[in-house]
Design a protein around this ligand. Structure first.
Ligand code: ADP
Length: 260
């Protein structure tokens, strides 16, 4: 988005806590993301970035606090007495469908072609007719520059190409938000650029994106806002130029001095 225009919050995390047993991993995290905004989550290894992003896609339920997306609280509704009531599985699945997730490991089905991988969820989850799903899949494969690989199997593709298929697969569900969890960290260096180029295009086209990334050059260029996590808490957030060039928090300063 790269604009100062403030819109109503699309994603709202409110006092989110995640505990694994006695271990608090996310502590009192609140932030919001507007439609079309690109927000990067940075921070040292183990600071809770993956855990936090998983809370936004039902892969993990917060121990406390709530996540709202497009005005709906994920996984629960507020009952008459103010208590949270778990949503039925069907409703959770519907909420989940509007959120794309691109993982560090691409998780493509090895026995399906590129085209079949991209068509899989629209056909089997949304019940789309195969001819429609095929047309949509072809469109998104072209969008990520892989129109000519429709009939290839994942093992015949490079890591960068597989990750681009994974992005096409997320796009085929017509998501309102895409979460990226270190999408380039499993790639050989020469393949990082092609995946970032696709993400850069998505950002330019107005996709709402939340990205966990160590690619600081990319974050600086593409993100509207950076959130710095440390030990499960947000210690600083702001536009990349501010956070990278004039970090206020000593933990941000220490982290950036190691990686920039
Ligand atoms: P990051 O993505 O910033 O590297 P993570 O969210 O992966 O951090 O992990 C944050 C902390 O939570 C780490 O200390 C990690 O060991 C711990 N953790 C993550 N997942 C689990 C789990 N399923 N059970 C117990 N501890 C976990």
């Amino acid at each position: 988005m790269k604009s100062a225009a403030r819109q109503p919050a699309f994603v709202e995390c409110d006092s989110v806590e995640v505990h694994f047993g006695a271990l608090p991993v996310i502590q009192g995290v609140s932030f919001s993301v507007s439609r079309g905004e690109v927000v990067a989550i940075i921070g040292p290894s183990g600071s809770g970035k993956t855990t936090l992003i998983r809370c936004l896609n039902h892969l993990l339920a917060p121990s406390a606090g709530t996540v709202r997306i497009a005005g709906e609280t994920l996984g629960v509704r507020v009952g008459a007495n103010g208590r949270l009531i778990k949503l039925p599985a069907r409703k959770v699945a519907a909420q989940r469908r509007s959120i794309g997730f691109v993982f560090q490991r691409f998780n493509l089905f090895p026995h399906l072609t590129t085209l079949q991988n991209v068509m899989e969820a629209p056909v089997h989850v949304l019940g789309r007719p195969k001819t429609d799903a095929r047309a949509v899949a072809e469109k998104h494969l072209a969008r990520v520059g892989l129109a000519d690989k429709a009939d290839a199997y994942p093992r015949q593709l490079s890591g960068g190409q597989q990750q681009r298929v994974a992005i096409a697969r997320a796009l085929a569900m017509d998501p309102e938000l895409i979460l990226f969890d270190e999408p380039t960290s499993a790639l050989d260096p020469e393949m990082v650029g092609e995946v970032l180029a696709v993400m850069r295009d998505l950002a330019a086209q107005g996709m709402t994106m939340l990205i966990v990334s160590h690619e600081m050059g990319f974050v600086r260029e593409v993100a509207d806002r950076v959130i710095m996590l440390d030990a499960g808490r947000i210690v600083e957030q702001g536009p990349p130029a501010e956070v990278f060039d004039r970090p206020k928090n000593p933990r941000t300063q220490a982290f950036l001095s190691k990686i920039l």
